[in-house]
Ligand binder design. Structure first.
Ligand SMILES: *[C@@H]1O[C@H](CO)[C@@H](O)[C@H](O)[C@H]1NC(C)=O
Length: 226
């Protein structure tokens, strides 16, 4: 009988399908009385103890396989969710950084004017012909502006200033009046909720000046919210 158990398990180990192994076991049990056989493990156990042990083992293996299949299915489901989240995050990247040219001054003007930065360091979304960054996605953005002015002549009146605007609405302003020094600088750093299509730019107010490549305008999407 021990031989039977081994044979039975051997079949399973060899990669026979569970159903086939189980059927062949049932067939052994029901051979003598094909119509009236009772496959209940209890009565079977009374008739043939070793066959019963084999049957219990196969049932156990079946249970483990079911559990394994369920865990595997759950893992595959979660992997799919993670992969699509990653894909979405990758599609939602946005960053730009622009700078004014070296030895380049703009202003003072009699009217407010959009600062058109001359060099793109990183990214797109910034229009070099208009000086406007258009938000590609709705979300939370980090935006930073640094202004700087220098003059060789100490007595020249200097004002370094700028206004960060979204859709023509001022969001933050800096202003450094030059009195007695020949360098002025200031910075803006904000985090803003922007909608896709919002137009962000740096405005140079009238009578203000910006000089050199220490003037930068930087923005990036922290995370999308749509
Ligand atoms: C486990 O999954 C395999 C592959 O899909 C399948 O052939 C087998 O019948 C499953 N086993 C159980 C116990 O559900």
């Amino acid at each position: 009988m021990r031989g039977l158990v081994l044979l039975c398990l051997f079949g399973t180990v060899l990669g026979h399908k569970w159903d086939e192994s189980f059927k062949s076991f049932e067939w052994l049990g029901s051979d003598e009385e094909p119509q009236e056989s009772d496959p209940k493990p209890d009565s079977l156990c009374q008739e043939d103890r070793s066959s019963c042990e084999c049957c219990q083992m196969l049932k156990q293996i079946h249970r483990v396989e079911e559990l394994f299949n369920r865990s595997m299915a759950a893992l595959q489901h979660n992997l799919k969710i993670a992969q699509s989240a990653l894909k979405k995050i990758r599609a939602q990247r946005s960053a730009f950084s622009v700078v004014l040219g070296d030895a380049y001054c703009i202003g003072p003007n009699s009217n407010d004017k959009i600062v058109v930065y001359t060099t793109i360091l990183v990214g797109d979304g910034y229009d070099m012909s208009t000086g406007v960054f258009t938000a590609p996605l709705t979300g939370l953005y980090s935006l930073a502006v640094t202004v700087y002015t220098i003059t060789e002549r100490m007595w020249q009146s200097l004002t370094s200033c700028a206004t960060l605007s979204v859709n023509n609405v001022p969001v933050a302003s800096v202003r450094d009046l030059g009195k007695g020094d020949n360098q002025d600088s200031a910075s803006i750093a904000v985090v803003l909720n922007l909608k896709a299509g919002d137009r962000v730019f740096v405005l140079l107010p009238s009578h203000c000046m910006l000089c050199s490549d220490q003037n930068t305008f930087t923005g990036f999407l922290l995370y999308a919210t749509d």
